[in-house]
Design a protein around this ligand. Structure first.
Ligand code: NDP
Length: 338
C-alpha cells in the first residue's frame, strides 16, 4: 500500500470524529490521520490509542507546527472553532470545520477570510447535502420536475443520544442548544435544495425536559426565501418516536423524502405529480462523510471544490443566528449574511 499523501490532524477528541470522520478519512486511499489535539493530555493519549492515531498533542501551537499535518478537521465545541481555524490557516493548514462555524457572523467570516488570505482550502462539515437523496432532489427541482417551489417542510426532531447529552444541553457559552446544532443543518439543506437564500425567519423555541440554563431543546419556525418559498421546520432533541423528512411542494408537483435528515445514507424520495406518486430512483448510496472527505481531498490537490464551502457555513450560521434572535424577540428577523 502506498502511504497516504494527505495527512489529517484532528482538532478535538470528539464523538463525531470517532464515529464518522476517522473512518471516512481512512476510507480514502489518499488520506490518513497523523495526530489528534485534545485540551487534556490524558484524554488525547487515550483517544489516540483507541483510534490508532500515531500522535497526541495538547498544545495547539505545537500541533500546528507539526509538518506532518496537511489538513485539520475541527470538531471541538462550537465556541472554539473560530480561534482554532484562524490559527490553523495562519499555520498554512487546510481546514474542514464542523458546524456551526462560530457563535457569531464576524468570527465565521474571519475564519473564511484567514483561509483565503493564506490560500488554503476551507470547507464546512454539513453532511446532509452530501446524501444522494438531497442531491437527487436538488437536481429534480433544478430540472423543473415540481415547477416553482412554493413550500417546504423539514422534520428534524430527534432524540439526542444519551452519550451526547452534555454541552449541547447545559453550556450556552459553548454554543449549545438545538438551533445551532440542528437548525443550521436545515438551513444548509434548504439552501442547497432550493438554490436560494433565506430572507427572513420567525420561530418559537421551548425547553421540553433536556435543555438547561435557558438552552432550547426544541424549535419550530418558518424560513421565508428570497424567491417566495416558505419553509416550516421542527428541530428537537426531545422527540423519540418520529421519523425525519423533508418535503418540497411546487406548482407542478411535490417531492416527499422520508428518513433523510440523518447521518446515514438511507431514506427514500417520492415524486407526486399529475395524480400519481412514484419512488425516485437514486444513485449509489455513498456514505455522507466519505463524500465530504473525497471532495475535500480533491479540493486540496486542486481537482475540485469542497462540497460545502466556507461561504455555505456562513450562510447556514446566519440563518441559525436569525432563528435564535427570533425566539428571543418573538419578532420576524431578517437574515444578515454579512
Ligand atoms: P463531543 O462532546 O464528543 O466532543 C466535543 C469536545 O468535548 C471534544 O473536543 C473534547 O475536548 C470534549 N470531550 C469529549 N469527550 C469528553 C469527555 N469524556 N470528557 C471531557 N471532555 C470531553 O462533541 P460532538 O462530537 O458531538 O460534536 C463536536 C462538534 O462536531 C460540534 O461542533 C458539533 O456541532 C459537530 N457535529 C457535527 C456533526 C455533523 O454531522 N456535521 C454531527 C455531530 C457533531 P478535547 O478535544 O479538548 O478533548
Amino acid at each position: 500500500m502506498p502511504s497516504p499523501t494527505l495527512n489529517w490532524g484532528l482538532i478535538g477528541a470528539s464523538d463525531i470524529a470517532k464515529t464518522r470522520m476517522i473512518p471516512a478519512i481512512r476510507s480514502q486511499p489518499d488520506s490518513g490521520i497523523t495526530a489528534v489535539l485534545s485540551s487534556s493530555a490524558e484524554r488525547g493519549k487515550q483517544y489516540a490509542d483507541e483510534n490508532k492515531i500515531p500522535k497526541a498533542y495538547h498544545d495547539l501551537d505545537a500541533f500546528l507546527r507539526d509538518p506532518g499535518i496537511d489538513v485539520v478537521y475541527i470538531s471541538t465545541t462550537n465556541e472554539l472553532h473560530a480561534s482554532q481555524a484562524i490559527a490553523a490557516a495562519k499555520a498554512g493548514k487546510h481546514i474542514l470545520s464542523d458546524k456551526p462555524l462560530a457563535l457569531n457572523l464576524t468570527d465565521a467570516q474571519a475564519m473564511v477570510s484567514a483561509a483565503n488570505d493564506k490560500g488554503v482550502v476551507f470547507g464546512t462539515n454539513h453532511h446532509l447535502r452530501n446524501a444522494v437523496t438531497h442531491r437527487t432532489m436538488r437536481q429534480l427541482i433544478k430540472d423543473g420536475a415540481i415547477g416553482k417551489p412554493l413550500a417546504a417542510r423539514v422534520f428534524h426532531a430527534v432524540y439526542l443520544p444519551p452519550r451526547l447529552q452534555g454541552w449541547r444541553l447545559n453550556r450556552p457559552e459553548a454554543g449549545g442548544g438545538v438551533i445551532l446544532d440542528i437548525t443550521v443543518h436545515d438551513a444548509d439543506t434548504l439552501h442547497f435544495l432550493l438554490d436560494d437564500d433565506v430572507q427572513d425567519v420567525i420561530a418559537r423555541s421551548a425547553q421540553q425536559g433536556l435543555g438547561q440554563g435557558g438552552l432550547e431543546d426544541a424549535v419550530m419556525g418558518v424560513m421565508y426565501f428570497r424567491n417566495g418559498t416558505m419553509a416550516m421546520f421542527h428541530d428537537a432533541f426531545t422527540i423519540k418516536h418520529a421519523q425525519t423528512g423533508v418535503e418540497v411542494h411546487g406548482t407542478e408537483g411535490s417531492l416527499i423524502a422520508k428518513n433523510v435528515m440523518t447521518q446515514d445514507p438511507v431514506g427514500e424520495v417520492y415524486l407526486t405529480k399529475n395524480g400519481a406518486t412514484s419512488e425516485v430512483s437514486l444513485g449509489p448510496r455513498e456514505d455522507l462523510y466519505v463524500h465530504i472527505i473525497r471532495h475535500f481531498n480533491n479540493a486540496v490537490i486542486g481537482k475540485s471544490q469542497p462540497f460545502v464551502s466556507g461561504q455555505d457555513g456562513i450562510r447556514s450560521l446566519a440563518v441559525g443566528l436569525a432563528v435564535l434572535e427570533s425566539t428571543k424577540t418573538a419578532q420576524r428577523v431578517p437574515v444578515r449574511y454579512s
